[in-house]
Structure formats: C-alpha cells, structure tokens
Design a protein around this ligand. Structure first.
Ligand code: NCD
Length: 312
C-alpha cells in the first residue's frame, strides 16, 4: 500500500516495489471495469480535476480527462503557453488562482524539470506530474509496467532495452527507476550523443548499437527523437538515425522471439520505428499502452483521492 501521507505523484524515483505493485494491482481492476463499462462514477463525485498543460499532449491529457470523468470528477482543461511570460512568476500566480478555485487534483505538464514539484509546495490540491522537462513522466512508466505485466505475467527477471533519445526523455528516466525497482534488467541503446553522461550509474547497461543492445531482450521500448529539446547537431539526419537506430524487422530479429515492442507516442514513423513493426499485431503493444493509460490514471486518481481523504 502507498504511504497514506503521499498526497502527490511527482516521480517514480523513491517509490518502492510494494507501492508500485499496489498501483498496478489497482489499475488491473480498472482495466476490467473499463472493458465492461462498469466504472464506479462516484469516487470523485464533487471533486474538481484540472489538467494544466504548459506543453502539447494528446494521449496524456485525454486519458487523464477520461479517467477523471469515468470516476465522476468535474474536469477542466487549461492549456497555457509559456512562450512570452516569466515562468516562475506564472507558476506561482497560477498556484494562487488554483487555490482560490478549490481544485482537488492538479495534473501538470511543463517544459521545465521540477515545475510540478514547485506547484505541489504551493497548491492545496494533489499534484500529478504529467511530464516535466527531461525529468520524469511517472504515469507513463506505470502504464508501461502494467502493459508489460499483463503480457508477460511479471516484470522481475525480464530484460528491457530502452532505445534512442534517452538523453531528452522523461519517459526513459521514469521507466529506468520503475523497472529497476521491480527487479528487471535495463539496457539503454543509442548513439553516445543521445545518452546522458554516466547513465550507467543509474544501474543500466549501455549499448551503442542495436544488434548487441537488443540481443535476447524481452521488451524493446522505443523513444521519440525529442527534437524540441535537442541542441543542433546531435543527430546527423533522420535518415541516418533510422538506418542505425530505427527499429525495423531486421534489427528486431536480434531480440527474443516473443519480445514486445513499445512506444509511448507520438511516433515518428520511419525515424525511430518502421511502420510495419509499429503496426504488427503480433509484436507491437503500442495501442494497448494507450488503453492501459486510462486504467492506470484512474488508479492514480483513486489512490491520491483516498490518501487526501485519509489525511483530511
Ligand atoms: C511522451 C512525453 O510527452 O514525454 N509522450 C507521452 O506522454 N505519451 C513522450 C514524447 O513526447 O515523446
């Protein structure tokens, strides 16, 4: 069980195996309820959830919206542009506004690492980090874990290769923490320019070519090239990147025959992944990841609401 005092979900780092396992179990029950259309619509009745997105999003925002609505919350979407304003000041102003509105759950995406942590200190609501800069994206790692566990029955003992632009990926960082906490082996695979320096200190194995990085793995997790966060010149060209690091059938052949192919979306087809692999129903679980996203976010909203009630 999660510690009852945990009011926010800001990062995976620091979460332990029982806490992650309990969230996965709860999400599992929501998968079944979603499939039968029998979701309880009263848990969040009378509560307000605000989606505060300072960066673009399709899957994450809509799945939090659906998750909130399925549990009976009033859901508001706020998209904010950070282009012309002082970010610190805006965040604190926003916090004051949100407090005045008596919002219960605040889902935040921001291009600055640490922004949700700052908001969590200033708002009365429970804060969920929906992706902060290059730092973490905890609900993505949780939904990825749910997808893997449902397909493989476990996470412990599996080998997962996280491939491509690890340097700029909050998805990679959250997944590394979660998979290691759950007892998986993690490899990162990419050109040196796209791997964080000293990444092996996190406890992962580092590979610079797909053939050895993918050899025998159970899960291949591809990442989007995050061009918006990238200094110029880290990747010579999309075509060259695909040739060496894009996942196609030939490179996938190095993985275990049952290996799952994952991608958090949005995908750059033909850059980090070939369409025939992304759309292969026998290997790709990319659509299932989206389904698991709704169930996982319901579990997170459920857990945080109960924790807030217990602390009230
Ligand atoms: C990811 C993100 O925003 O970090 N997308 C997502 O939430 N599914 C990955 C990405 O943008 O590449």
């Amino acid at each position: 069980m999660a510690p009852p005092s945990r009011r926010h979900l800001l990062q995976i780092e620091g979460m332990d195996r029982p806490e992650i396992g309990a969230l996965l179990d709860l999400a599992e029950s929501y998968v079944l309820l979603n499939r039968t259309g029998k979701t309880p619509r009263d848990l969040l009745r009378g509560r307000t959830l605000i989606n505060l997105f300072f960066e673009d999003s399709t899957r994450t925002r809509t799945s939090f919206e659906l998750a909130g609505k399925r549990l009976g919350a009033d859901v508001l979407n706020m998209s904010v542009s950070t282009s012309s304003v002082n970010k610190g000041e805006t965040l604190l102003d926003t916090a004051a506004t949100l407090n005045a509105m008596h919002c219960d759950l605040l889902v935040v995406r921001h291009d600055q690492s640490g922004a949700p942590h700052l908001l969590a200190q200033k708002v009365e609501a429970s804060v969920v980090n929906a992706g902060d800069g290059t730092h973490e994206h905890p609900t993505q790692a949780l939904l990825d874990a749910l997808t893997i566990r449902r397909r493989r029955g476990r996470i412990e003992g599996l080998t997962v290769a996280i491939c491509g632009d690890v340097m700029h990926s909050r998805v990679a960082r959250s997944n590394i923490h979660l998979l290691l906490a759950m007892g998986a082996s993690v490899r990162v695979v990419g050109p040196p320019t796209l791997l964080p320096s000293a990444v092996e200190r996190l406890g992962v194995e580092v590979f610079h070519d797909m053939a050895s990085g993918l050899a025998g793995v159970d899960v291949v997790m591809m990442l989007r090239l995050q061009k918006e966060r990238m200094a110029k010149g880290l990747v010579p060209s999309a075509r060259e990147f695909f040739r060496f690091f894009g996942l196609d059938k030939a490179k996938l052949a190095a993985a275990a025959p049952h290996a799952l192919v994952m991608h958090p979306g949005p995908m750059n087809r033909g850059v980090e992944i070939a369409s025939d692999v992304a759309d292969d129903p026998l290997r790709s679980v990319i659509r299932e990841q989206v389904e698991m996203g709704v169930a996982m976010r319901m579990a997170v909203l459920d857990r945080l609401t109960r924790a807030a009630l217990a602390n009230a």
